[in-house]
Design a protein. Structure first.
Length: 600
């Protein structure tokens, strides 16, 4: 994928910008200024906003949190009624994508000069993901839902808050190393299966741990118990209290005059308890029957076949065929039983309803007896006992239910931790398996590093290592010597890694974008490294490699000083070669639109 041209319609808010192979500067040019503009004359002229437009065309979020500059421009009225058009090339075919700001969830996409086809934003992302990234020969996991997970690697734009480029791996700030590792392995064409599986399990574990904490909190707030031992003791105590109350009811003695009423009340109580018990059993059966109608047979046999096919193609086909037959048989079985199960469900519901009505009737009858006895001051203790026992039963049922849920969640957590431990064991073997791929990529890191920092030697270049203490279980170590952790050089770690990924993909013919967009990545970097970067990229271009390095750069007086071959980066050369030149008097969108979000 290479970028061709970007422009707005129906009105041209700026002249169409055409991209070329090699370096593409988005240049901020100084102008003589007085007053407040003199202090910071190149802020808010639109360099970062221009890159935002590229990202927006490629389906980036238009939320207030993720697109502050564009949202500000839209709310000011500048972008209302405007669409952004981006032409790009994939495998020598030119495409055009159009996205309006009035309807950001809708895009039009087609090959150039063909009739545009309307897509929803959700539907176009998988299509673009397959178009730009899918490779049939890849051995790991790939999802067509990854488009907006992968594109931010190639489009790095400073947010208004100006977070520094501190860690090459954490290219999406909202995501963890654990989540991002699977994408780095994919970009390097290394098997990401273990990293993907670990991420899925860790996310499940995190959700379970959150639910466990919430369940414990409810139990603690409701019942005043804080651990498993206290919960068990509380349940046991309630059961003992219920038993005592039941015994006291059995032993309750009335005068001979009220014996008949006592016998009738006791008999009704026994009948009600039996009806409760029968209903409870039928409700459990009902849950089981209804659960059997919801069985999930969504097994992706193709994925399983692919997994086994890595070992033996015939084995993979055999496993898939067996699974398909088993699933078909199970579906037929379920289908044939569905009618019977539904009849049982209806029957059980009818029986439960009958018993509920009978319980209500007998409880009303018993209540009348209690009322008679109470009016004769013979049953006060007994009525209180029945009230108390019902309350305690409700408490016991609720506490047991929550405890059962908590126990099931804890067991699931243990199972997930066991699976994660097994993955880590496999990672140790995986480390050995990728040694050659790791070695090949480290040469790209070394080449770029030596080109930008020829004066620094003896550094730890690149390593992929297991880390049991980390949630990611495996980590990328990139230029980890102390000299690379000053502000400017630390940003260079991202620059070096990204360029290495790009040129490794070009040489290894890995399907993915052939461009990088870096905004403000040279802030704080010594100008000698800027010159080295330009020289290195020109060398790669002269070798015939097709790529685009798109970067924002401001005119600075220091560039006119002697830093090696400074002619390559003097203001006159930069302005001449720039794809877009912006000044305080020639802002991207409009002179009246003064972005105050910290854009450089």
């Amino acid at each position: 994928m290479l970028l061709k041209k970007i422009y707005t319609s129906p009105e041209e808010l700026f002249e169409p910008v055409r991209f070329k192979d090699g370096i593409n500067y988005i240049f901020g040019k100084k102008e003589e200024a007085d007053g407040p503009q003199k202090k910071n004359p190149l802020n808010g002229i639109g360099k970062s906003t221009f890159l935002d437009l590229i990202d927006y065309a490629l389906c980036a979020s238009f939320s207030n949190d993720n697109a502050k500059r564009l949202r500000a421009a839209y709310e000011s009225g500048i972008l209302k009624g405007i669409s952004i058009n981006l032409e790009f090339e994939v495998d020598e075919i030119v495409y055009i994508i159009t996205r309006s700001f009035d309807e950001p969830k809708k895009v039009f996409f087609s090959e150039k000069d063909a009739t545009p086809v309307e897509y929803s934003l959700d539907n176009i992302k998988p299509y673009l993901c397959n178009l730009v990234f899918q490779r049939d020969s890849y051995n790991g996991i790939f999802s067509d839902n990854w488009f907006r997970q992968l594109m931010p690697f190639f489009i790095k734009i400073q947010p208004p808050e100006k977070y520094p480029f501190q860690n090459p791996i954490l290219y999406i700030q909202e995501q963890s190393e654990m989540s991002l590792n699977q994408y780095h392995f994919f970009l390097l064409n290394m098997d990401n299966s273990l990293s993907y599986a670990n991420c899925e399990l860790q996310l499940q574990l995190r959700n379970i741990q959150t639910t466990i904490r919430q369940t414990k909190k409810i139990i603690t707030q409701t019942y005043g118990v804080e651990n498993t031992t206290q919960i068990k003791n509380r349940i046991r105590n309630i059961e003992i209290e219920i038993e005592k109350l039941e015994n006291s009811i059995k032993d309750f003695k009335l005068t001979e005059k009220f014996k008949i009423d006592e016998v009738r009340a006791n008999k009704l109580t026994t009948q009600i308890k039996e009806l409760w018990f029968d209903n409870d059993l039928d409700k459990q059966k009902l849950d089981d029957y209804e659960g059997s109608l919801k069985m999930d047979l969504d097994v992706h046999t193709s994925s399983i076949k692919k997994l086994y096919a890595e070992f033996n193609e015939l084995l993979g086909e055999s496993v898939k065929k067996t699974l398909d037959e088993a699933i078909k048989f199970r579906k037929n079985l379920i289908s044939s039983r569905t009618e019977f199960i539904q009849e049982e469900i209806d029957r059980l519901k009818e029986e439960i309803d009958k018993r509920d009505k009978l319980i209500n009737k007998k409880e009303d009858e018993r209540a009348k007896i209690f009322k008679i006895l109470k009016s004769k001051k013979a049953i006060t203790d007994l009525t209180e006992a029945y009230y108390s026992i019902n309350q305690k039963r409700e408490t016991l049922t609720d506490l047991k239910s929550r405890t059962r849920i908590l126990t099931d969640l804890q067991k699931k957590g243990v199972d997930l931790n066991t699976e994660i431990s097994q993955i880590y064991s496999k990672i140790l073997d995986f480390k050995e398996a990728i040694n050659q791929q790791e070695y090949v990529f480290s040469k790209y890191i070394l080449e770029v590093y030596n080109s930008l920092y020829p004066e620094l030697k003896d550094t730890s270049i690149f390593d992929i290592s297991p880390n049991q203490k980390s949630q990611a279980k495996i980590q990328f170590n990139i230029l980890t010597n102390n000299e690379m952790f000053s502000k400017g050089r630390n940003q260079s770690r991202t620059l070096i890694y990204d360029l290495s990924v790009l040129f490794h993909a070009i040489d290894q013919n890995i399907k993915m974008p052939r461009f990088l967009i870096h905004d403000g990545i040279l802030d704080g970097v010594d100008k000698t490294q800027f010159i080295h970067l330009v020289e290195y990229l020109e060398e790669q271009h002269l070798e015939g490699k097709r790529f685009q390095y798109i970067m924002t750069i401001n005119e600075e007086g220091t560039l006119e000083q002697k830093f090696g071959n400074a002619d390559k980066v003097n203001p006159t050369t930069l302005e001449k070669e720039a794809r877009l030149v912006l000044t305080q008097n020639k802002k991207l969108l409009a002179p009246s639109f003064d972005v105050v979000l910290g854009e450089s």
